[in-house]
Ligand binder design. Sequence first.
Ligand code: TGC
Ligand code: FAD
Length: 387
Amino acid sequence: MALPFNDLYDVRSLLSEEECAVQDTVARFTNERVLPIIGDAFDQGRFPKELVPEIAELGLLGSSLPEQYGGHGLNAVSYGLICQELERGDSGIRSFVSVQSSLCMYPIYAYGTEEQRMRWLPDMAAGKVIGCFGLTEPHGGSDPANMKTTARKDGGDWVLNGSKMWITNGNVADIAIVWAQTDDGIQGFVVEKGMAGFAAQEIKHKMSLRASVTSSLFFDNVRVPEANRLPNVKGLKGPLGCLTQARYGITWGPIGAAIACLDEALNYSKERILFERPVAATQSAQLKLADMARRITMGQLLVIQLGRLKDAGRMVPAQVSLAKWNNCRMAIDIARQCRDLLGGAGITTEHCAIRHALNLESVITYEGTETVHQLVIGRELTGISAF
Ligand code: TGC
Ligand code: FAD
């Protein structure tokens, strides 16, 4: 019997029953609810917000958190599988879940008070409150230590000034987790929509992540009460700790995108007859397809081990960097090659390859560019920081 094209090494057999059930549930959601609409949403530059209640209903928002906060206590491998199956649909849908779960619910859970957890997390898990995460600033996202947004203590409040750029969910968010420089180092604040002086402006003309909202945020003397400061972390390790959670999910996501592209290219090249034989019967097409399957398989083995390390409490950020770098590079190369195998047909969003290839331009850039992750590994090996 032929091996399944999307699991040559039977990685599925390494999953528990619960992990398989999570994967199957999200796969069904992607097949039935995402794939039928996502090409049009991408064309129209529209985030399909109508999917949010169903995503929440399936328990995909903050899925790793304990139940009293609306989560389901899922393990890291299950969270990875959620990201993979969603990104098989579209990176924008996975992005929405990554930001809500890893970049917004996680810091409230990890750095917030019990009161703050109860105030926001259950509604966020239910999709009633949407979050965004403001770290990147216009003058240079790779170097967040050079942060210009400030928060100044004024009586019982904090006053925020500055701006953030490239913020996923910015214009659909009810709250923003905003990182700002204080006299006591970088701190996190929950800024609420409607607070005077706080504005979001959607970034237009994107050729990537078109089914996702990306915004600039502006803070002009925004008065934020002390009750909205996340008190349990100070310094860059606060936002970087959130990035480790989100980057972990992103190590899995692009595998889904790559599988979707390979699936499409396999079907197309078996049916496309040129020079009196299917394109799939040529050696050069088979070399390309075999190489894609090889790289997907390596990516799958990388993340299952990464997930097991995370679940054992042994994962370190450099391991996440290696997998983020490897799997984003693997997926964008595969998406581009699949686009090529489809010829002219590959340039329209009737097929998924070009949409995934364009989306992956963002995925390989956000959450640390490929270069940043390469330099993290370089520092790990040499002990010398080359940033
Ligand atoms: P360094 O100054 O050495 O360290 C500062 C403190 O942070 C700790 N730390 C980490 N903690 C947790 N996770 C990590 N990955 C961490 N990396 C460092 C570190 O131990 C130290 O702690 P302490 O206690 O000693 O103070 O910082 P560094 O030299 O390691 O950082 C340099 C660099 C370039 C790696 C870092 O600045 C970086 O990662 N830059 C890239 C910025 C980035 O990724 N931005 C992403 C913005 S969010 C986003 O893109 C969302 S997209 C979402 C979507 O739509 O899916
Ligand atoms: P820069 O940091 O200016 O980098 C420019 C180039 O310089 C890159 O090629 C980079 O690799 C290279 N470079 C950087 N440092 C070095 C070095 N030391 N040596 C050699 N080369 C180097 N941010 C958020 O805070 N929240 C979000 O929700 C969010 N969502 C995003 C959604 C999208 C669609 C996109 C595109 C970005 C999003 N970002 C978000 C921002 C993202 O994290 C940044 O774009 C990213 O960190 C890179 O920052 P930059 O764009 O300012 O590029």
